[in-house]
Design a protein. Structure first.
Length: 414
């Protein structure tokens, strides 16, 4: 009798999960719905099991999680994902659902990478890539995973390894014809359902975008611009001009910012932010606000820049994104300095270092430290100068940049 009651109790969760998935497919997306769905998943995972073997009620739960995860990520529910997704990954593995398992692992790895937890990220991707099931996954999902791993390697400073994997994505795409008429089916925010595998053409665009990052990290700004433009072209060809093209908007705006072309950077960043706000991508909105503020600071528009940084900082802190939180403090420091507030500027840069020292940060992102090193020397901030110099040297060594790369960056940034 107790067994029957327990099975009925668990089966009720499955019915609720199925109903939630139906509402999601029908277009329900508000935060209250997402929180209820998360609570449903959480409580299900804590129900005592009568057996260690997979339960027929497990599948509706992990399908719901797979469908929701992109939206949960975009809305900033990172802490909940980190707590629940390892358990869901175990459930998917025991169920023998390699596609769902790969999607769940990939999403958790993306969060870990964005938070700078390189060890956890590497372990997740290594387990996925070396899984016997990986070669049997759809080619489109393989390309997506390889792109994500290449992205992680690029932002860890492992540029040569990243280049190899991103080239593998392009090769895989070439080996599998792309449907020129394919268009993403999205919700009213412009977001594709997490039940749909990332299409090949999208992975190609993203791989080109990350190859642009690799080039930019090496000081090859013109090559980066070509790759970002190629990414933008693909996304436009597949009907994403007012949607996923925000990826290229961010990349080009970021490049032109560091290339000292704020007049070009500002409108493209503003366009990207408008799209990301509609898609409710809180974290991506925040880092784009930081870049837009930095471009405005180049034009001495201090009063326009400050509210952007003020909006971005709590979002970045809440997500645990150490690199981007550090960048926000970096530009708050420049803002203070441009207002003649020397002590406040140094305090902000100390906070920036406290974050950037805990995660690899490409040299190009530390342009402000490079530009103001001589100022620190001139005003006698020797302790701060030593810390900044050590930070720059550490980043230089981690990226393995050649003297020619370092020279190119100095010319471009300073």
């Amino acid at each position: 009798m107790e067994v029957d009651r327990q099975q009925a109790y668990i089966a009720a969760y499955a019915r609720e999960a199925h109903g939630a998935l139906q509402r999601f497919v029908a277009g329900e997306r508000d935060d209250a719905f997402l929180l209820r769905a998360l609570e449903l998943i959480r409580t299900y995972l804590h129900v005592p099991r009568l057996a260690t073997s997979p339960q027929p009620t497990d599948l509706p739960i992990i399908r719901l999680a797979q469908a929701l995860q992109c939206h949960l990520f975009d809305r900033g529910f990172w802490r909940q994902l980190i707590l629940l997704w390892p358990q869901l990954i175990d459930v998917a593995a025991h169920l023998g659902e390699p596609l769902i398992h790969a999607e769940l692992v990939k999403q958790l790895a993306i969060i870990k990478a964005n938070q700078g937890d390189s060890r956890a990220t590497d372990l997740l991707y290594t387990s996925l890539l070396h899984s016997p099931q990986f070669p049997q996954l759809p080619a489109a999902l393989q390309a997506d995973v390889l792109h994500q791993v290449g992205t992680t390697l690029a932002w860890q400073g492992k540029l040569a390894q990243a280049h190899i994997l991103l080239d593998q994505v392009l090769t895989l795409v070439e080996q599998h014809p792309i449907d020129p008429d394919h268009r993403n089916q999205t919700d009213r925010y412009g977001v594709r359902s997490g039940l749909d595998v990332t299409p090949m053409w999208e992975s190609k665009a993203y791989a080109l975008n990350q190859l642009g990052n690799v080039a930019m990290f090496q000081g090859k700004f013109r090559l980066a611009e070509c790759r970002y433009t190629a990414c933008w072209t693909i996304l436009n060809e597949y009907g994403e001009a007012e949607n996923l093209a925000c990826v290229a908007h961010q990349a080009l705006g970021w490049l032109w910012l560091h290339w000292h072309q704020p007049k070009r950077a500002i409108p493209v960043l503003e366009k990207g932010i408008a799209i990301r706000r509609r898609r409710q991508e809180r974290e991506n909105v925040a880092i784009n606000l930081v870049y837009l503020a930095a471009a405005l600071l180049q034009q001495q528009q201090l009063d326009r820049a400050e509210p952007l940084l003020t909006e971005a900082l709590p979002i970045l802190r809440a997500s645990g994104n150490r690199r981007d939180t550090g960048l926000c403090h970096l530009y708050f420091g420049q803002l203070a300095l441009l207002r003649g507030q020397r002590i406040a500027a140094v305090e902000q840069w100390q906070q920036a270092l406290a974050h950037l020292q805990t995660v690899h940060t490409p040299l190009v992102e530390q342009r402000i430290f490079m530009q103001y090193s001589l100022w620190l020397l001139a005003v006698g901030e020797i302790t701060m100068l030593r810390k900044v110099s050590h930070q720059l040297y550490t980043s230089l060594r981690q990226q393995g940049l050649q003297p020619m790369d370092w020279g190119r960056l100095l010319v471009r940034l300073c």
